[in-house]
Write a protein that binds this ligand. Structure first.
Ligand SMILES: Nc1nc2c(ncn2[C@@H]2O[C@H](COP(=O)(O)OP(=O)(O)OP(=O)(O)O)[C@@H](O)[C@H]2O)c(=O)[nH]1
Ligand SMILES: [Mg+2]
Length: 286
């Protein structure tokens, strides 16, 4: 698992010698859960099943759609008594800051895993060839000291993927050879054992909180744009503001749809604000 473009599919391809499923555009690539099976003795002594997931912040799918997809797969496999041997969580060491997408992804991932499964997680850094000098090591230290600290203290391990077959297998072997007990991820227990709906789970709640905050932020920004549109008469500025406004309004609409899909209550006032074109038309008339 991990953000879009972190190198999840590339890792599996490098390990298995497969050539498919890697993205080369700026857009996210893997759009559904992919299963890649490796029979014992092909490369390893064990039967290994790789599960490739689409990253959050996909260009085509909303976070809700991705979480629903991952949750469905985790639920079905757990109902069949299959537990994951380990989870690799991918992070690009070439990312120069830990904000927005990578951070949001990590929070969601932690919620989805829960405590027990953290022991079988390898925080895998990629894109080492994209960083120069000591930059990679410094970022790795920063991740271990700060963002990954609690996961590592609860048993997760950090490893580097150096984009070679050998390096991929060092990481896989760390899981296969550890003989750690297999744990259900918390989301599986919540969905199956506790019979919770996705919105009630910790991962669902994490997304819920994010959506609420997003709607409020969009609402505030739109209000500000509205006010400045009323003040400025310059056509160029107005056009820029109109574009920004329209962009936000579309995002707002999509967020409202996501919240409805999760059956999250959203205030009537906010729903009307995003779904009606009234506000926009009012500016046009000026
Ligand atoms: N330079 C460099 N490029 C890499 C490395 N690993 C992956 N890439 C490239 O990064 C891009 C994205 O890789 P993917 O494997 O498709 O990423 P993903 O995590 O599967 O992305 P989604 O399917 O969108 O969630 C591809 O163009 C890869 O060739 C690496 O270690 N170094
Ligand atoms: Mg992929």
């Amino acid at each position: 698992m991990g953000p879009t473009g972190a190198g999840k599919s590339s890792f599996i391809n490098t390990a298995t010698g497969n050539k498919t499923g890697v993205g080369h555009e700026l857009e996210s690539y893997t759009s559904s859960i992919q299963i890649i099976k490796l029979r014992s003795l092909e490369i390893s002594m064990h039967d290994i099943t790789f599960v490739d997931t689409p990253g959050f912040d996909d260009t085509h799918k909303s976070d809700i759609e991705i979480l629903t997809m991952v949750a469905d797969w985790l639920k079905i496999t757990y109902e069949r008594h299959v537990k994951l041997a380990g989870i690799l969580y991918f992070h690009r060491i070439s990312d120069n800051r830990m904000a927005g997408t990578p951070l949001k992804n990590l929070h969601m991932f932690e919620k989805l895993c829960g405590k027990n499964a953290l022991k079988n997680i390898i925080l895998t850094t990629t894109m080492w060839d994209e960083v120069e000098g000591k930059t990679g090591e410094q970022r790795e230290e920063e991740l271990k000291k700060h963002y990954w600290k609690s996961m590592i203290s609860q048993g997760s391990t950090a490893m580097r993927f150096e984009n070679t077959e050998q390096s991929a297998w060092n990481i896989i072997d760390a899981i296969v050879n550890s003989h750690n007990e297999r744990y259900a991820v918390e989301l599986q227990e919540e969905l199956v054992d506790m019979k919770q709906g996705l919105p009630e789970t910790k991962a669902g709640q994490e997304l819920y909180g994010k959506l609420q905050a997003l709607v409020t932020r969009q609402h505030d920004t739109l209000q500000k744009i509205r006010a400045s549109m009323k003040r400025h008469d310059d056509e160029t500025i107005l056009n820029v503001l109109r574009e920004e406004y329209e962009d936000l309004r579309k995002q707002g609409e999509a967020t409202v749809r996501d919240m409805e899909a999760l059956k999250i209550p959203i205030g009537k006032r906010l729903r009307r604000f995003f779904t009606s074109r009234l506000g926009f038309l009012t500016f046009r008339r000026r």
